[in-house]
Design a protein around this ligand. Sequence first.
Ligand SMILES: C[S@@+](CC[C@H](N)C(=O)[O-])C[C@H]1O[C@@H](n2cnc3c(N)ncnc32)[C@H](O)[C@@H]1O
Length: 213
Amino acid sequence: MGAPMSRIPLRPEKAGEEIAALTAPPDWSVVFGSEGPLELEIGCGAGGFALEYCRRNPAVRYLAFEWRKKYAREVAHRAMKHGLGNLKVVEGDARIVVPKIFAPGSLAVIHLQFPDPWWKRAHFKRAILLPDFTRLLLGLLEPGGRFDFRTDVEERAQQGLAVLEAAGFHNPLGPGVFHPADPDEPASTRERRYLVTGQPVFRARLVKPARTA
Ligand SMILES: C[S@@+](CC[C@H](N)C(=O)[O-])C[C@H]1O[C@@H](n2cnc3c(N)ncnc32)[C@H](O)[C@@H]1O
């Protein structure tokens, strides 16, 4: 699954167009043709994590959002090529589509890996971990559901963790404490680079408390 992405001809149709067009949560057992934990990834990029995670975890039903056409369509192509029916790629802005298509308490895990740091002040509003959207994500998780967050940018790691904890996520390791690397978790495409260079990666693994709405 690690071949260079540029060799794949782009599909003419948008990835997950029918999912992006939904205006209300569907019956996911019909969409996937199976039952199982529903997981969301925001910004899957070239899909290194999504493809390997779905290969290792056939029981999960995984929705990977990516707004860049090239990545979204190539990852969708790879999922199809590898017979990963449990991975659906949605080409679109997760901040717009996610609130429409997931019912409160329906997600088991949310993955956010190496989100764009948006350094320019004018672009900061594009960040994923802003307070309102973070509270919305908390509401979409089931009680005990998990939020996995990784980044190489220490400043964004600290800010992200603070926003997540302020929104009501529980950090089992203690406030502000990062999570150690989990050797059983696949690395994302970007993370593979850091595993080679040794550049630090900051991780958080938070949970939705059982009694949060
Ligand atoms: C720095 S890349 C990391 C990609 C991947 N998670 C990895 O670790 O290799 C961030 C990705 O998030 C995507 N992205 C950013 N904001 C998004 C949004 N609102 N909706 C969907 N995708 C988004 C970008 O296009 C980009 O591919």
